[in-house]
Design a protein around this ligand. Structure first.
Ligand code: NAD
Length: 440
């Protein structure tokens, strides 16, 4: 098939390259000319495991092209995907769908033959109808509109896209459904994981999935804080919970709060949609509120540890991305911790395998960047593990002990063993488990 994908961010680029890998002829469009120049030169502007290979291989074989010209890309396409951003609207709760409607209007102006316009961006319920109206105002070419929300997760986006757990097709038009079924058939060869539904249900299902996952995280974070007050260890509670087949082990890890470009904004947008519809989602409200509190926990603990001595203390942060295996720092809890400590007068030095520069851009002078994990710890009065990249899981603790001025660690992901750290001479503080001090 001939496809156009509008937007080359985490979703658009992965989808475009993934479709090309199954033999489709794909043009990926972005209005960011610098991005397109880089992609044409074979350089992938975001870090996502396996993506560079996928992009370069398909570009080399002539199946994947890049352009800034939507009109040219959509002319003659069998399907056009919208994968542009839907950020929170300037701090407000509603999702800003201007990029989506803008892209729809540009697509309509370029169409020369009937096609299907497919929304991959996460959009509020009812957006398909608004897209249809925008397109109808620009062209008489028959166009079907379908919703096909994307469930990939950053850090494993290529794997998720190539082997999706399910594919939702929200459409009323039989031709559109057939086109999308055919396109996705190679992705679901082993078992049919395509679900056909109306556009509104598909739009809501995407928000519902994110809200459910975020709720599990907030539930565990609140329970972790409670475990501390009653002298329980949340790690034992987590394992017990996860062994229950009705619950399962995923998304039960307590930590510094959820961040990223999706959960916070999507929960706010879902609540906005519910309010507008005269409905309420109190569980989701609570999940978001608990997260706001959780994002302040790590910083508050470090400040409490130092008291007045926080001013001038040198605090090292390991991990700045909102989660491992990505360079995305949007709403990352690490930024919150860094800001909090810097405002209290601490010298904050951070290291992240991929997200260092993005964090530095977001934080400016508040963050000093280190070139590796041990240099970040050099002369530090405390170390805070915020994002659990693999390389932080089994560091050389003896070396770490030597590099640090004072052996104090805050383990924001509970990846280390309190007793082991105490035996090595560290004061240890995790989330939801007893703190430990150096042994005799
Ligand atoms: P992103 O911000 O990384 O990328 C969006 C891209 O679209 C940008 O490069 C921007 O320049 C481009 N763009 C905007 N308007 C355009 C236009 N009119 N023409 C051409 N290009 C245009 O966004 P993302 O993280 O890839 O997310 C895209 C959508 O997918 C959002 O709705 C998001 O909520 C959703 N989503 C994201 C993820 C994720 O993990 N990032 C997962 C599932 C769904």
């Amino acid at each position: 098939m001939r496809l156009a994908v509008i937007g080359t961010g985490y979703v658009g680029l992965v989808a475009g390259a993934g479709f090309a890998d199954f033999g489709n002829d794909v043009t990926c469009v972005d209005r960011d000319a610098e991005r397109i120049r880089a992609l044409r030169a074979g350089s992938v502007p975001i870090f996502e495991p396996g993506l560079e290979d996928l992009v370069q291989r398909n570009a080399r074989r002539g199946r994947l092209a890049f352009s800034t010209d939507t009109r040219e890309a959509v002319a003659g396409a069998d399907a056009v995907f919208i994968a542009v951003g839907t950020p929170g609207a300037g701090g407000a709760d509603a999702a800003d769908i201007d990029q989506v409607l803008g892209a729809a209007s540009e697509i309509a102006r370029g169409l020369t033959a009937p096609t299907v316009v497919v929304t991959k961006s996460t959009v509020p319920v009812g957006t398909s109808e608004r897209i249809r109206a925008v397109i109808g105002a620009e062209t008489h070419v028959p166009v079907a509109v379908a919703s096909n929300p994307e469930f990939l997760k950053e850090g494993d986006a290529v794997g998720d896209f190539m082997k999706p757990a399910r594919i939702l097709i929200g459409a009323d038009d039989e031709g559109a459904i057939e086109t999308l079924r055919a396109l996705y058939a190679p992705f679901v060869r082993t078992s049919d994981r395509v679900q056909i539904m109306d556009p509104r249900s598909a739009e809501l299902a995407k928000y519902a999935a994110n809200a459910m996952l975020a709720t599990r995280i907030s539930f565990m974070n609140e329970l972790a804080l409670m475990a501390e007050t009653v002298g329980a260890d949340i790690e034992r509670v987590r394992r017990a919970l996860g062994a229950d087949p009705r619950i399962g082990p995923k998304f039960l890890f307590p930590g510094p709060g959820f961040g990223g470009s999706c959960f916070p904004k999507d929960l706010r947008a879902l609540l906005h949609t519910a309010r507008e519809a005269g409905s309420s989602l109190r569980v989701v409200e609570a999940a978001l509120e608990a997260n706001e509190r959780q994002k302040r926990v790590l910083g508050a603990r470090v400040r409490a540890h130092f008291g007045r001595e926080i001013a001038g203390a040198r605090v090292a942060l390991w991990g700045l991305a909102f989660k491992p295996e990505t360079d995305d720092v949007r709403e990352s809890p690490a930024l919150e911790v860094a800001r909090d400590l810097a405002e209290a007068g601490a010298e904050v030095v951070g290291y992240d395998p991929e997200a260092g520069w993005a964090a530095r851009e977001a934080l400016g002078e508040a963050l000093e960047l280190a070139s590796d994990m041990y240099s970040a710890a050099q002369g530090a009065d405390a170390l805070v593990l915020v994002t659990e990249w693999h390389e932080f899981r089994r560091p050389d603790f003896r070396r770490l002990r030597e590099e640090m001025k004072r052996p104090v660690v805050f383990d924001g992901r509970n990846v280390w063993h309190p007793d082991e750290l105490a035996a090595l001479g560290f004061a240890y503080c995790g989330i939801g488990r007893p703190t430990s001090s150096p042994g005799p």
